[in-house]
Design a protein around this ligand. Sequence first.
Ligand code: 7PJ
Length: 290
Amino acid sequence: MYWQTSRYQIDLTRPKVMGIVNVTPDSFSDGGQHGSTLAAIRHCEQLIRDGADILDIGGESTRPGAPPVSLDEELDRVIPVLREAVRLGVPVSLDSYKPQVMQAALDLGADIINDIWALRWHEGDVGAPSLHATEVVAAHPRCGVCLMHMHRDPQTMQVAPMQGDVLPQVRDFLEQVAEDLQALGVEKSRIMLDPGIGFGKTVAQNFALLARQAELLQTGYPLLAGWSRKSSLAGMVPRTAPPGTALPASARLAPSLAAALLAAERGASVLRVHDVKETVQAMRVLEAIR
Ligand code: 7PJ
């Protein structure tokens, strides 16, 4: 199986490592956007040296409760980085839900649209309908797209998590959005699905999505797994630790690697991670037994 993207047909025989690049304001310099652009490009180059197969570039934090970023601010953050990243020789993904940012990214040659909203986000209902994300993707001849399941929205998803058995709900949702996109002319080979670990699910529900990942693979689409540093891994501490002990995000490497390896062993095709070097090493263990 391969993933069709703008410039690359990504071979999914072996799991691919997608390195996360967050373009966020540079707190160390007041020189405006320039400092964070350069830092992000340096980070892209480092991730490629570390063995990243794909770069995923985003300008807005979608952590639970994070404040939204304006369209202009997001464009200022990601476009200069994407322009350089597409010259680095690996497929480049944009992590955004805004159609205008997607269009700008595809115009400068980005390979993949990775959308936590699965192309369903739209600004209010006031005024003329704006650009729709599905149309942006469908109008492109072959960009890749990753459709993620999210319950509610980033501001409210943890207030009222999902109810009942999440597996059929997540699977049916993803199957439906994938079918709707194909009805607009998007080839199946362009589509990747993602259960959206942490997006409006409880810890137990997130682990059910890993334990029963096979049920998601029954859809016939490849899967992306995003476990890196997610809060569901915060409780992976010694049994002797005081109750309530939680690992901060920076201390979640070991459980992130374990989750990535389990996801890959259970059939995930792409692993979206912060720690590329270590994840690549962990994947070598999987290769060694295949
Ligand atoms: C995900 C994502 C994920 C996909 C983020 C974080 C929050 N895109 N973007 N899947 N998470 N496809 O990295 O902790 O799980 S932002």
